[in-house]
Design a protein. Structure first.
Length: 181
């Protein structure tokens, strides 16, 4: 049971860490964490059954109070005062309640990660898209500069034509020819 609980936590940590570079690995490790958590749930159920105790469920007033307590308290400090006071079935039912909350959180997270993968792709796809987008932007900028360059060349040619026309008439004493033609 200790190993199943530890495996749940470690796979969540590793999944989130590896998720920075691989959706596939993150989803896989979160699935492994969920499997370990399911193993822990089954072990606590077996523990209750072996000791003739029952799991609190549904409309059981003890379950409702415990469920609310588990939802409202996430840190170990909130639970420590009860470790010496609770009976075995209270401790097991608390562990089961927490494991169910973890299972719900993992299921929700995995579903969101699956959707994110489908809509955004994996890290390689996103990197490729970013790289292709950068290249497209560069091509567009180069094309824009080439158009600007062509326009400037045309303007230079026009101005050179004006200048060459002006120098050809500079010896003319006719007065109004030259730039004003």
């Amino acid at each position: 049971m200790v190993q199943a609980a530890r495996s749940t936590k470690q796979n969540i940590v590793e999944g989130y860490s590896d998720g920075q570079t691989s959706f596939e690995t993150e989803i896989k490790l979160l699935g492994v964490a969920r499997g370990s958590n399911q193993e822990l749930l089954a072990d606590y159920g077996d523990c209750l059954a072996a000791n003739g105790l029952v799991e609190w469920k549904g409309a059981n007033p003890r379950f409702e109070a415990l469920h609310k307590f588990c939802l409202d308290n996430t840190g170990l400090a909130a639970f420590q005062p009860y470790f010496e006071k609770w009976t075995g079935d209270e401790m097991a039912n608390c562990a089961i309640c927490l494991a169910h909350l973890i299972d719900k959180a993992l299921s929700t997270t995995i579903a969101k990660k699956d959707e994110e993968f489908v809509t955004q792709g994996g890290i390689r796809e996103r990197m490729t898209t970013a790289r292709l987008g950068y290249r497209t932007d560069q091509r567009e900028r180069i094309a824009e500069l080439e158009r600007e360059n062509a326009a400037l060349r045309a303007e230079i040619a026009r101005l050179e034509e004006i200048i060459s026309g002006q120098s050809g008439t500079s010896g003319n004493s006719g007065g109004e020819e030259g730039l004003w033609n």
